[in-house]
Design a protein around this ligand. Structure first.
Ligand SMILES: Cc1cc2nc3c(=O)[nH]c(=O)nc-3n(C[C@H](O)[C@H](O)[C@H](O)COP(=O)(O)O)c2cc1C
Length: 337
């Protein structure tokens, strides 16, 4: 069973992936979603999205696109930097994305239109594969990440996914919530297990996995090929280390025994350093704010420190505020996992 780091816009860039790797890498990393029309037009910031580190061989590029031509053209542009696969975003329900015709909009468009998009991306993936050199290289995987649909209609979801399989999709990730369902209610992994047993391709489950206990419960009850973790990995970038005991493919006996001490201040500092190495200056503040919105949930006075961090004007200021927090609340700084 694979454990996967979920795609999250403005969070799962290479700086964040490097932070995960300091503790324990997941089996796969999904990039933040990459807007295909912008990627092909080569705007000034695009090169930052194309960073494949720390482990290009574990990276899946996620694309989002309102139209098929841009989506297909984006495939070789991304794969030239490495990566084990291409993922198409059909799950994002943010109104600005859906209204533009991207993300979840592809689950609502006429089925033939969506089939044509998928077929063309698959064609681009196969073409890239053919031109790649080296006999031992694995074929590039093409996956789709989606939600349940507009309503909880399993038969409709299954027939949509069968279309995806017919058009050459190799793997599906299901975040089992409908378009309108927010995070406050638990997602329904019974659909993940049903889809996994009804489809001939691997299915990953995604949603609400935030500890070993929750993972074990879901894995036992809802079998599928892997579990993707989003928000919990931002709050606890060491989560793949915690889960390594039972589930990471490459876990060793030594790791199973070992407890490690996590220093939250040093972890924050490390992230800010990676951010400055791997992102353009224009992104520093927004990316740091996104990260700390989750990371600060480790702190006893999360609300208080979050509002301080959100008001900071630069990264140095953020770090000063974090240091001041740990001076006030030193018992929050170290945790054992
Ligand atoms: C801040 C944020 C950004 C996200 N960006 C993306 C994205 O770019 N692509 C995508 O497919 N899903 C995106 N998602 C959804 C997550 O990948 C995931 O499906 C969702 O958070 C549920 O998983 P979790 O409970 O493990 O967080 C995002 C979620 C959050 C909270």
């Amino acid at each position: 069973m694979n454990l996967i780091s979920a795609p999250m816009a403005a969070i799962t860039h290479s700086a964040f992936r490097r932070l995960l790797a300091c503790f324990k890498e997941p089996d796969e990393y999904f990039s933040e979603m990459i807007h295909a029309p912008s990627a092909i037009s080569g705007g000034g910031f695009e090169k930052w999205y194309f960073r494949a580190n720390p482990s290009p061989e574990k990276l899946i590029w996620q694309i989002t696109s309102p139209e098929e031509e841009a989506a297909a053209s984006c495939v070789p542009i991304l794969l030239q930097y490495g990566g084990l696969g291409i993922d198409l975003n059909m799950g994002c329900c943010a109104p600005q994305i859906v209204n533009s015709g991207a993300g979840f909009a592809w689950m609502k468009k006429p089925i033939l239109q969506t089939a044509s998009l998928v077929r063309n991306i698959k064609k681009a993936v196969l073409m890239y594969d053919e031109q790649k050199s080296g006999p031992q290289t694995e074929p590039i995987r093409f996956s789709v990440k989606l939600r349940l649909g507009e309503t909880e209609d399993y038969e409709r979801l299954l027939s949509f996914c069968k279309m995806l399989v017919c058009e050459g999709v190799d793997l599906i990730t299901l975040h089992p919530r409908t378009q309108k369902q927010k995070y406050s209610r638990p997602c329904k992994h019974e659909y993940t297990a049903r889809l996994s047993s009804d489809l001939p391709i691997p299915v990953y489950g995604n949603g609400d996995i935030n500890s070993l206990e929750v993972l074990e419960k879901n894995a036992a009850q809802y079998p599928c090929a892997g579990w993707m973790i989003g928000r919990a990995a931002v709050q606890k970038p060491w989560i793949f280390y915690e889960l390594a005991k039972e589930y990471l493919k490459n876990g060793t006996a030594a790791e199973i025994e070992e407890k490690i001490e996590i220093d939250l201040l040093k972890t924050a500092e490390l992230f800010l350093n990676f951010l400055q190495e791997d992102q353009p200056q224009e992104f520093y503040l927004t990316r740091a704010q996104r990260f700390f919105a989750f990371f600060c949930d480790n702190f006893s006075f999360a609300h208080h420190i979050k509002s301080r961090i959100l008001n900071c004007k630069n990264l140095d200021d953020m770090l000063l505020n974090l240091k001041a927090y740990f001076e006030e609340v030193p018992e929050d700084r170290l945790i054992m996992v």
